[in-house]
Design a protein around this ligand. Structure first.
Ligand SMILES: [Fe+2]
Ligand SMILES: [Fe+2]
Length: 283
């Protein structure tokens, strides 16, 4: 864990100066299959997000790199370079954990190839770079929102400590670079309709990939259809973690004509978390 501490102390939380932190997570097959509160529902909700992140983060890296030559402001260019570095590291860390899931016997190879095909062959080749950038801006709005909810409701407190570290690090960096994709989109093309279409595509991909990935993992569990699965789903979406009540309004706000990201409360939450993570990891 010392590597984690060094990375965070050398590069403190700073949304003005985005920097990649190269963290070497060490996972093993000893991680419990249901590492979140012994619940297959909440475990596979988070695992399903982790399944699509390597594909989506590689897609973001390719699209953002293709835009670097068009950025006129050197400060923004440096921030986007840091953003690219952070997303590349996230993809690698989640790929590493996904291999543990495969070693534990879960099957999802075809699903990973399908997501790569959708992003590389349909989004990039057919829809073009502006729509891809708008989709990334919409996607980043949702990931910031989700990271904020997970931290606010303290969802990771019930997780295995190794997986908790992975997701807390990722949540902190998502919040740190939260508005950058939207800023780049608006610098490139300030059209409301482009942002709105990207918002719909970004939301559609997050919701679709998470729901299908979760279903794919859950049905591989013996006796998955039980009262506990349904009760945990209700707690996840409506009563305990309240993902749906907390997310519908901020999702809709993205489609306002005068939308501007206002993340001050979650920026503070992420900054405090980055400090407490350092304290935890040094001990
Ligand atoms: Fe990320
Ligand atoms: Fe991100």
């Amino acid at each position: 864990m010392k590597t984690n501490f060094e990375a965070l102390t050398l590069k403190p939380f700073n949304p003005q100066k985005i920097q990649a932190r190269n963290i070497n997570f060490k996972f093993s097959t000893e991680i419990p299959r249901h590492w979140h509160d012994n619940s297959l529902t909440t475990t596979h909700f988070i695992n399903a997000i982790g399944l699509f992140l390597p594909s989506f983060e590689s897609f973001m890296v390719r699209v953002l790199k293709s835009q670097l030559g068009n950025i006129k402001d050197s400060k923004l260019e440096n921030q986007i370079c840091g953003f690219i570095g952070q997303e590349a590291n996230h993809g690698k860390a989640h790929h590493k954990y996904n291999q543990i899931l495969q070693n534990q016997g879960y099957k999802f190879e075809t699903w990973l190839k399908t997501m790569d095909f959708i992003l590389a062959e349909i989004m990039e080749k057919r829809l073009g770079s502006k729509i891809c950038l708008a989709t990334i801006a919409g996607f980043e709005h949702l990931t910031t929102l989700l990271a904020g909810i997970i931290l606010k409701v303290k969802m990771l407190e019930s997780a295995d400590s190794r997986i908790r570290s992975l997701w807390e690090w990722h949540a902190v960096e998502e919040i740190e670079h939260s508005s950058l994709a939207l800023i780049l989109l608006q610098e490139t093309d300030n059209s409301y309709w482009l942002r709105a279409v990207g918002g719909l595509l970004g939301a559609g991909l997050v919701i679709g990939f998470t729901t299908l990935g979760m279903l794919l993992l859950v049905i591989q569990e013996p006796g998955f259809f039980s009262c506990k699965t349904l009760t945990d789903l209700k707690q996840l979406l409506f009563t305990k973690y309240k993902i749906l009540p907390y997310s519908w309004k901020p999702i809709l706000e993205y489609f306002k004509f005068n939308f501007t990201p206002c993340n001050e409360d979650i920026l503070l939450l992420a900054e405090n978390l980055s400090l407490s993570l350092s304290q935890t990891w040094v001990n």
